[in-house]
Every structure is written in C-alpha cells, then in structure tokens.
Design a protein around this ligand. Structure first.
Ligand code: FE
Ligand code: FE
Ligand code: ZN
Length: 311
C-alpha cells in the first residue's frame, strides 16, 4: 500500500467539501483532514450544502478512500469545562459534528480532550469521559470513531501525558468507537523522546495507551525543545525534531495503515505578512521519498501565496 499521507486542508466558499478534495489532490495527498467549518467557531453549514456527493465522486476517481478522511473537531468546545452549561453545549455540538462526519462518509473525528481550567486533571478526565460516553450514545447509529489527541500540555490541557490518555480511555471503557491521535510535536513537547529513542517511547505508549488505539498520526516538527509544553508546530525538517526522526515515524511499519496528516504552518510571505504559502506539496514529496531537500523553502515560495490559515 502506498504511504497514507496528506495534510489538513480548508473547507469553505462555494466549493465546500469538493474544494477540500481538490486542495488535497493539488498536494499529491492520498488522505486529508478537514475542519467542518472555521476551527475557532461553531457556525456550520447544513450538510446538504456541503457538496458531499461531488467530493466523494472526485475522491473515488483519484483513489482516495472517503472513509480514510479525518475530521478535526473545533478547539473551542471543551468537554472538561467546569461550567455544566458549557459542557452540555460541547456535548450537543460534538454530537452534531459526529453526525456530519458520518454524512461526509468519514469514520474518524479528532478531538482535543479538553482543558480542566482550575479543577485539576482528575476532574477534567472524569468530565471528558462522561461527555464522550454521552456523544457515543447519541450517535449510536453511526460507526464514526472519536480520536482523542495527545496534547503538548500547555495551560490546563488534559491529555498531556500517556498516563492521562490511558486513564481517559479506561474510564470510557472498551469500544472500537474511541481511539487516539498521536501528534509528533505534542508528544515531543510533552517531554517524550521521539528523536533518539522512538522505539522505547512507543513501547511505553503501547503499555499505557495502546499502539492499536492509534487512529491518526499528526506529523509536525516542533519549534521548541523537548518538554517545553508549548505546542508550536514547525515545518518538516525546520524544527527541533528534524527530518530524519519524522520520516522514520512516517515510514514506521506499525503505522502502515494509519492516515498521517501534516499540520505544519504556512510559510510566511516576507513582503506581505497576511499571506503565506502552503508547504504541504513539498513536505509530502520529501517524506514520501524519505529525502530532505535543503532548498525546499525557496521552492515553497515559488507558489501563488494564499491567505494564511492556522493549525
Ligand atoms: Fe489537533
Ligand atoms: Fe495535532
Ligand atoms: Zn498542535
């Protein structure tokens, strides 16, 4: 099977989901990730206006399996919020997101577990487990799985260690509808070694979380040193993790069937700070070939600049 590698892409405008597929194809991706609208808000278009059948047709014509597409939930909803009303809103919004994911023909939605704010990780983990169980019950007609993302540990984020993720999975209980998302930048920022001894880190992960629970890999370099708890993504080969370590992870035999998604930043246009160049076509090619191109930044800047989007 050819390496399942892509990036996050936009969804919006008149093309909607069809535009997401076009963008992914322009990067040479065979899998991709989308937010169903702006990641910073919870305004969403009705499913019938999302051009889903055309998007699925275009995927099939180009060898992309619609079921391998990853949806990312917006990061403003917080299942660990101490305020019960805000928690209830998060459950109902995420229930709709799971239904949208299913309508898109996708099977996996990535979710940041949440932030406990002041109440401590134990209370946060309990609230998140409770919220996830409610979402699963309300979406029992689907086979969409929630992938809880391991976090860098900034602020009061829950899921900042393998132990917290393991506890969360244990509290939710065994179900094929819940797995995890392994983000290389977050894992490095959380303090684990993904550079010199990835195998040992993966062994620890396997005992506490379970490698078989990984549904998605996020492939990002990190702007900060190991253990910094910062969560600032860098372009592949231009951060503290480096190209060799990231390529080794991408080509790891245990991840062969797992979609791998780049969430690296746009390369800024020095003459216009509002614009940036998407790096994904070039990063995907380098990783596929397992060959770092030292001139890649100059090549990325030869493209047409686009409005910058966040990660
Ligand atoms: Fe994420
Ligand atoms: Fe991520
Ligand atoms: Zn991140």
């Amino acid at each position: 099977m050819s390496l399942l590698l892509g990036s996050h892409v936009g969804l919006g405008g008149k093309d909607q989901y069809l535009g997401s597929v076009k963008e992914a194809l322009s990067y040479g991706a065979n899998v991709f990730m989308v937010y169903t609208g702006a990641p910073q808000n919870s305004f969403r278009k009705p499913v019938r206006e999302m051009r889903i059948p055309e998007a699925i047709d275009l995927m099939r014509q180009n060898g992309i399996d619609p079921a391998s597409v990853i949806v990312h939930a917006p990061y403003i909803v917080n299942l660990a919020n101490p305020d019960p009303e805000k928690r209830a809103f998060a459950v109902s919004f995420l229930t709709e997101e799971v239904m949208r994911t299913s309508a898109m023909g996708a099977k996996t939605i990535v979710l940041h577990p949440g932030a406990h704010m002041k109440d401590g990780p134990e209370a946060g983990i309990e609230r998140i487990a409770d919220g996830v169980k409610k979402i699963l019950a309300a979406t029992a007609s689907t086979d969409v799985a929630i992938a809880l993302e391991g976090m860098a540990g900034k602020g009061t984020e829950v899921g900042r260690s393998f132990d917290e993720l393991g506890l969360l999975l244990a509290l939710i209980g065994p179900t094929p509808r819940v797995g995890v998302c392994f983000d290389t930048c977050h894992t490095h920022d959380a303090g684990y070694d993904v550079i010199d001894d990835f195998e040992a880190t993966l062994d620890v992960y396997d005992k506490i979380v379970g490698v078989d629970r990984i549904l998605v890999l996020h492939v990002n370099d990190s702007k900060n040193e190991r253990g910094a708890h910062k969560d600032r993504h860098a372009n592949i080969g231009f951060g503290q993790i480096g190209f060799a370590a990231l390529s080794r992870i991408v080509h790891h035999p245990r991840f062969e069937t797992i979609p791998k998604i780049l969430e690296t930043p746009y390369v800024p246009d020095e003459t216009n700070p509002a614009l940036g160049f998407p790096p994904y076509k070039f990063e995907i090619a380098m990783l596929r070939e397992n060959a770092f191109d030292p001139d890649v930044m100059a090549k990325i800047r030869t493209q047409e600049a686009k409005e910058e989007v966040g990660d």
